[in-house]
Design a protein around this ligand. Sequence first.
Ligand SMILES: Nc1ncnc2c1ncn2[C@@H]1O[C@H](COP(=O)(O)OP(=O)(O)OP(=O)(O)O)[C@@H](O)[C@H]1O
Ligand SMILES: [Mg+2]
Length: 508
Amino acid sequence: MKLELKGITKNFGDFRANDNITFTAESGKIHALLGENGAGKTTLMNILFGLLRPDAGEILIDGVVQKFSGPNDSMASGIGMVHQHFMLIPVFTVAQNLILGNEPVKSLGVIDIKTARKSVKDISDRFGFDVNADDLVEDLPVGVRQRVEIIKALSRDAEILILDEPTAVLTPQEISELIQILKQLKEAGKIIIFITHKLKEVQEVADEITIIRRGQVVGSAKPSDSESEMAALVVGRKVSLTTDKKPAQPSEVALEFKNVSLVEKTGAIRLQDISFQVRKGEILGIAGVQGNGQTELSEVLLGLLHPTQGDIVLNGKSLLKMSVKERLNEGVGFIPEDRNLYGLVEDFSVEENLVLDSFDRLPYGKFGSIKPKAIRASALDMAQKFDIRLFNVADKARSLSGGNQQKVVVARELNRPLQLFVASQPTRGLDVGSIEFIHQEIVAQRDNGLPVLIISTELDEIYDLSDRIAVMYRGHIVGIVDSSTDRSTIGLMMAGIDPSQSKTGKAA
Ligand SMILES: Nc1ncnc2c1ncn2[C@@H]1O[C@H](COP(=O)(O)OP(=O)(O)OP(=O)(O)O)[C@@H](O)[C@H]1O
Ligand SMILES: [Mg+2]
């Protein structure tokens, strides 16, 4: 099978998101699409999947021009897509979501939920997904939701499978499992289009690499190219893949977790006796395999969850009795792991989102009135500083590309006076150039004396930023070590093995 996109052009108003893109893909190959945040990758794939109509250009499968008036048409032509943003309905079960994803609406009524359950189980078993057909999607962590999306796509007998940043929300273990799946699908003769910002994944799995910048194809790379060669092609300049930083100059203790536990009514232990300190001017990284209590730790800190025991103290004041809003007002800057759930109001404009925590305060507002000019000026400033690619700050946040939405959240949280900065997966979905910038910003905040807590399942990110590293396992902290500790020790700690005997092991 051969897929051809010829001269695809797509405008949103006066903004050209895809500019005469030509792209060919063949059976039995994995085609990686690389490009900066906002380059137009998702737009192109939405056109291929029939979600958007191109203004010019055509799609051909085996030389036959396709006319898609919606995803039902593209699915009928054998195209499946795993979206960048979850398309699942949270109040439905996994199996119910599968039905909605797979069937034309008109036949919904006659679909047998048993068939959908069996399909979930079969695919889940086959690929080791560990997904339960009857779980409610809203109860599932981000990583599992993504797997449901993949199951949905795999449950169609798609010949062309589009995966738009499927690995952004997966753990390293899940990523290697997915990569195995992609290889199996490739062996089975499928056409795989794989979008990612992680160059190591591209090196490992891609056969062909196409690079898009500002809506145009600017070239191709080879899987054997080095990460820095690829990064330079993507961004159009040299990118530093690690952050230069001086040793930390920590001063007094700012944040303190004192024996914090969170035990559910069922007896399930989510957090167990967590104690650590973060000093002003240092970055504490929290490492661990996703699902070992990191989400809960960030949520008790922000006030979204309430510990059953212990205390959380910021600059000598307990946070426990404060609401989320009061904690934000205390100067807690927070980047949530799921930006679409907690980080952004997608139907608000970009400029409104940029002042979400502070629109009621000067310079943006006072006594219940808001000052649109000040909001606009500051939004334009932030968009420039953080290189947020957008057409108009008055556009809805929903219209931004995934990485640019993330940049809105980071910009907002770093742009107000802070006493503490907490970031969960701060660079999820960002391109290499933006990661370089955000990491530099975080280190600059540290150097200005801010205490920083970084939660990341990406060990590269933990190492790049942290001064000390705490490792979580099954709701507790296995140990807190210096960032010079080698990866194999951290790896053991991530499996729950206590390093207190090791020389580098250092108590909190
Ligand atoms: N519905 C829309 N209305 C207006 N502009 C849009 C719309 N959809 C996308 N855009 C703009 O088109 C550009 C390309 O977006 P797209 O989502 O395709 O980028 P991307 O390459 O997938 O980026 P990322 O890596 O961040 O996901 C962005 O600048 C975005 O703001
Ligand atoms: Mg995208």
